[in-house]
Design a protein around this ligand. Sequence first.
Ligand code: PNS
Length: 162
Amino acid sequence: MKLAVYPGSFDPLTNGHVDIIERGKRLFDKIIVAVLVNVEKSPLFSMQERVDILREVFKGQPNVEVDTFEGLLVDYVARRKADVIVRGLRAVSDFETEFQMALMNRRLSPNIETVFMMPAEKYTYISSRLIKEVFKLGGQVNGLVPEIVEIKLKEKHLRAVR
Ligand code: PNS
């Protein structure tokens, strides 16, 4: 069974992430979407909210598992008995950091391979950071994030203005 780990902060999940997971499903028997614990000191969505959103979006799909991890990614991948890390590559600007991470992970754990996947062009400019910024400033994010993320963003906004 070919098992891959797709790690990230997912604060929040975007359609770019969903696209990568959908593509990954065609290559691997199972994708473990691994949400990093404590990635930022003040994430917009709590760990539980991010996990709940992912579980909702991929419910009924046994080949997509949602989990959390802390500490070194390679240790988590080994614990889960996987040997592939999937990362999305949107543009050249992603390359340098991703290259550094992939080579550091390879140094730490030579048997784990990083596989880069390109999302659909229509998602190449989306990032969780931009989604949060645009939404906060009153811009529309429909079509860029799953519907449930849009709903949760609106709920947060309503709570903040009340
Ligand atoms: O979605 P992100 O924020 O770009 O994901 C980054 C992530 C979670 C993949 C990266 O920060 C990570 O792997 N963190 C775990 C700690 C670790 O293993 N660091 C060394 C990697 S070179």
